[in-house]
Design a protein around this ligand. Sequence first.
Ligand SMILES: *Cc1c(COP(=O)(O)O)cnc(C)c1O
Length: 354
Amino acid sequence: MIHNFNAGPSVLPQSVLQEASKAVLNFNNSGLSILEIGHRTPLFESVMNEAISLIKELMDLDDDHEVLFMHGGATVQFMEVPMNLLNENETAAYADTGVWSTKAIKEAKLFGKVNVVCSSKESNYNFIPKDFTVPEDSAYFHVTTNNTIYGTQWHEIPKVNMPVIADMSSDILSRKIDFNSFGLIFAGAQKNMGAAGTNLVVVNKNILGQLKRPIPAIMDYRNHIEAKSMLNTPPVFAIYVSMLTLRWLKENGGVEAMEKLNNQKSKLLYDAIDNSKIFKGTVVKEDRSKMNVCFVMEDAEKEKAFLDFAKQNNIYGIKGHRSVGGFRASLYNALPLSSVEYLVEKMVEFEKDF
Ligand SMILES: *Cc1c(COP(=O)(O)O)cnc(C)c1O
């Protein structure tokens, strides 16, 4: 058995993979593949409707918040958010906590003014900034709730009196949070929610429609709301896999149960790192991510040896991102506790024998 700690695309529940592969051959006994049915057929419409209603239920959304499944991944949202929400003469506030925030900031500057209200760049993004204020006249405040590459996470979202825009690509549905308090949430599906190719957007419809610039039809959230995510051909298979994953999540106790499990998994691994003499965490303790655990060794030769050892032992995807080095174990919802127990066991074994 392979233990898959990939950062994204990443581990999916076995039952989802089985169901999805059946649907590729014969979807719901239709005799057709999920890949060859029209998106405007009742067969696919029921998939889309179920995916949307599962999101509403799992996130406990109110009637102001609309659920969209869109194309293009989270990166498209870096551009689409300011295109829909930032007038040319206005300023948006951004928290700079890593590569993804930096990309979002760069795109926003194409549409209006950007005020980077805080940054942890000076220390290679190993903490979450705390002491800063967001000017009251900001159009919105943008935050990356979990920093996939550096392994930091906002455990508390700052309270501000303007719409909060959250990139939740790598911690969506991983913990209980008041999702209704956000103006807009987006998440590429391939980390914690499904397969690459679709992007979840949850938007408070009241923040839309206050813009002077014309918006291309395919980029305008209001059109997608009106068309119920069927403005053009949606990424059918990616949405289907997300729907199956959301079903699995509900059957396994929903967000509350995931949070409990994620707390357990991350504590187990961080404790192992803190108790080790050769492994060392890279992030300020209070800001450690429960999704992506980053750690290093002092000795580069030993790091290579541990990577080889991990590979021999069917531990997959723990090489750290090049900007941090060392290791990164991603503990997304679908990763079983037993995989973390196994990794910890192997870390202890390696420390004893090498
Ligand atoms: C992976 C990631 C992205 C980019 O997602 P794409 O779907 O590849 O565009 C953006 N933000 C965060 C936090 C990520 O982890």
